[in-house]
Design a binder for this molecule. Structure first.
Ligand SMILES: Cc1cc2nc3c(=O)[nH]c(=O)nc-3n(C[C@H](O)[C@H](O)[C@H](O)COP(=O)(O)OP(=O)(O)OC[C@H]3O[C@@H](n4cnc5c(N)ncnc54)[C@H](O)[C@@H]3O)c2cc1C
Length: 453
């Protein structure tokens, strides 16, 4: 009996499919990498069922790719042709809620914005806030990619919030790892290991996270600059001052132009910073004043948005604006992070490379943490240009590693940056291979992602 028949014997008919329409959705994520059609998709219903599915797949050596919303950008959600997609998006329950402890336990398929909608009534929120995908990304997917976002400069990324996980390893064994203590020094930190492991070590079936209180006051401001490097300098200066920023988003002039093209916003097409401050009124005002002075000293000036225009709504569409910039062009992307003082150099480096090679580069991101996206657009059908874009991307990533940075600040490695993973981690990759074998001895959990065994 094949794996599909075996699964059909206990998974209800409305939660397993081999229909081409369902498989076509499960075949890709939001990266520009080639889709791969799996054998079947199963919408998981419970941890017990997941354990049974994994055991059967382990016996038959069938790959399993866990899937939340499929919004990943590096191919980490692209399945194997001989594999099964385990879709967690129907496991959306809030299992426990402890507002007095600022903690919640959820199933992995709940969507980020939906969870925050629920938490709002108790004055709480889960801060990582992925810039353009909070309305789709699942908490399981965010834990598995260690996602971060607009508010991570103040509050941290997803990993910082995960307290306890229920996981099913590649042998179908179920474990509870971590606990609800916020401070602990008790043995190896397996919770941190699973966070960011892109479905290669275990399937996550329940997640306990800590939360933050909604800020008492908020203040937003925006600044325009004459050059991208000036804007980047202002950010690294604000960081050096230890300024308490809740958010600092950078959008270069090409991204602003793309946003106007997509949404007709009528924005000034200049390098821009959107800032937000959280706290009591007097504190946010003095922080905003200090940020304003630093921006002005770096050559910036206040930018007035039109009535009704909201910075985070504009920011939400940055990736889409680049994607739809010109028909026929495809994004070559990176997701680099480095020590904050290097931000001006990296911004300059990316723009110089784009100009020297006559290829459009769009830089933007949650830069307050030294995180930058430099997206290059090129025609896939033009081999010389496409290769040039790949070479530029390679140079940007190599430069990041030279500066003691990382090739992925928030999107993960997936398939997209696997080729440069060893450049960053060296012989530590051998240690990771050994860890992978402990969790997944049959190599069935999202095989071929991050590194090869
Ligand atoms: C427009 C746009 C903007 C974005 N902005 C940001 C941003 O600002 N910051 C950011 O960090 N990311 C961003 N992303 C990327 C993406 O939204 C995040 O990586 C998100 O965390 C993925 O969640 P998902 O539910 O879609 O996961 P999926 O894409 O379904 O899965 C991602 C990875 O997690 C694994 N996985 C999923 N669920 C489980 C589970 N329960 N158990 C084990 N493994 C699992 C998958 O196998 C895969 O390896 C953006 C994407 C888009 C399209």
């Amino acid at each position: 009996m094949g794996i599909v028949e075996k699964l059909t014997s206990f998974v209800p008919a409305d939660r397993i499919s081999t229909h081409p329409d369902h498989l076509a959705v499960a075949a890709h994520d939001e990266s520009t990498l080639e889709a791969v059609t799996p054998l079947a998709i199963v919408w998981a219903g419970s941890a017990d069922e997941i354990a049974r599915i994994v055991k059967l797949c382990a016996e038959d050596g069938v790959p399993i790719t866990s899937r939340g919303a499929g919004s990943a950008l590096e191919g980490s959600t692209i399945p194997c042709a001989n594999g099964v997609v385990l879709d967690l998006s129907r496991m959306t329950e809030i299992l426990d809620f402890w507002p007095d402890d600022l903690q919640v336990r959820v199933q992995p398929g709940i969507i980020y914005d939906h969870l925050n909608e629920f938490l709002k009534r108790e004055g709480l929120f889960f801060p990582p806030s992925p810039g353009g995908s909070g309305d789709v990304a699942t908490i399981g997917g965010m834990v598995s990619t260690n996602a971060s976002g607009i508010y991570s400069v103040k509050y941290g990324g997803t990993r910082e919030y995960v307290l306890e996980l229920e996981i099913i390893t590649g042998t179908g064994e179920r474990f509870k790892i971590g606990n609800r203590a916020v401070k602990r020094s008790s043995g190896y930190n397996l919770v941190d290991l699973i966070s960011g492991s892109e479905g290669t070590l275990a399937v996550i079936s329940a997640i306990t996270i800590r939360l933050a209180g909604l800020p008492e006051g908020r203040l937003q401001s925006a600044f325009r600059f004459n050059s991208e490097v000036e804007a980047a300098r202002a950010v690294s200066e604000m960081a050096r001052y230890g300024l308490d920023l809740a958010a600092v988003e950078f959008l270069d002039r090409r991204v602003m132009t793309a946003l106007n093209k997509l949404k007709d916003y009528g924005l000034e097409e200049v390098p821009t910073l959107f800032l937000e401050f959280h706290g009591p009124d007097a504190t946010v005002r003095s922080n905003a004043d200090l940020a304003g002075s630093i921006c002005e000293e770096s050559g910036g000036s206040a930018l007035q948005l039109s009535d009704g225009q909201r910075p985070w709504e504009i920011r939400h569409f940055a990736t889409d604006a680049i994607k739809y910039w010109q028909t026929g062009l495809t994004i070559v992307r990176n997701d680099i992070a480095f020590p904050i003082s290097k931000l001006p150099d990296m911004v300059e480096f990316c723009h110089d490379l784009g100009e020297a090679n006559n290829l459009p580069i769009f830089t933007f991101g949650h830069v307050g943490m030294g995180l930058l996206h430099a997206l290059i657009l090129a025609d896939k059908e033009d081999p010389a240009r496409w290769q040039k874009a790949a070479d530029i991307n390679d140079q940007i990533i190599r430069k990041t590693v030279e500066l003691e940075g990382t090739i992925s600040g928030e999107h993960g490695i997936g398939l997209g940056h696997k080729n440069l993973f060893e450049l960053e981690h060296g012989t530590a990759v051998d240690l990771m291979r050994k860890i992978k074998k402990q969790f997944d001895p049959h190599n069935i959990l999202n095989p071929g992602k991050i590194f090869d065994l």
